[in-house]
Design a protein around this ligand. Sequence first.
Ligand code: AOF
Ligand code: ZN
Length: 394
Amino acid sequence: MQTLTHSALNAGQVRWPEHMARALELAALVLHAAPNPRVGCVLVAGAATPMDEPIAEGWHRGAGLPHAEPEALAAAGDHAKGATAFVTLEPCCHTGKTGPCSSVLIAAGVAQVVIASRDPNPKVSGGGIAALESAGIPVFFLSDLEPAARRLNRGFYSRLERGRPFVRCKLAMSLDGRTGLANGESKWITGPAARADVQLLRAQCDAVLTGIETVLADDPALTVREDSLPLTAEARQHTANSLAQQPLRVVLDSRSRLYPRSKIVTGEGRCVAYGIEANQGIEPEAGELFERRSCPRNADSGRVELASVLDSLALQDECNELLVEAGATLSGAFIEAGLVDELIVYIAPKLLGSDARPLLGFAGLTQMSEAWQLSIESVTQIETDLRVVLTPTA
Ligand code: AOF
Ligand code: ZN
């Protein structure tokens, strides 16, 4: 396989970044394809001239459905022969729920394949590249687009490379960093548009996690309400498959206080509660969509060990991306444990005063150098509120 940076492209390859950017765009039409990665494919006529035009497009709509390459090849028909295939991820070489894409590309007679990332799945992991090359099809790696291709599937990479999901933590606060009044009233800090944006975060993840205190206080459903999603009709249609299933709901419930009629248990889709002891609580009453799991106890907090919960979600549920929608204590514990990969903070232009509730439940810092340092990824105004996306600074 030849690695190519943008500056090393020859005259016949100058439009390659453009074709790959389109393949990345196609992949991103799907909110999530879990447990599979999101993949896009563009077929371009001919092997290498600047005049080459795309002849077909395809993308992966979700687990069990055709991969991006056979989708594009089907759209191209006989024109695929001699074409260049731009695929955001290394074509697979195994038979899972569908057959190997490398074989399909070889059978269709494509002249060459250009990829933007390697597949971390141990069943593939270089095998797709090797299969194509041994059939005489050159493979090129556009390394400058690798960060974008990895970002597209950061949950998939996180699960396969670290054995745990990519963790996003959503928080909503007033301008003075408060989440509710001292009497507990918290509905609503942010406006309807910001809350619709949270629906989109839920639709993008595989699992939503909260704590038992939030369930006891607010009884949240934590489901995706399709009609609240801020999507165009076209976008909705592209991602229809990912909206067919609710994200797994996860409750941390160390002392088995979850009750069977809570919305998190009775809502559509599966719910898992993690406690210290297995087989305690409501399991028999709640039906087969509810499961109670046990976890090691964290010696400091006396509650479930958060890292074990993440390991379990990756291993047992193939969870790529987890959204934490919890209160100050649990969100603070995730941050303190260094387990949050991205924070999404909605800020409402309201002032609630110093007796209102704080954003996070950790305390005890005595020096500025101990502060949790974050970097701002983006700041977006969402009607009356702001959304700030941050990542912890390593
Ligand atoms: C590709 N193109 O569009 C995708 C790929 O169970 P299966 O058959 O759907 O296989 C899932 C695995 O295939 C997934 O873990 C990843 O390694 C690869 N995904 N590969 O060539 C695609 N979605
Ligand atoms: Zn495939």
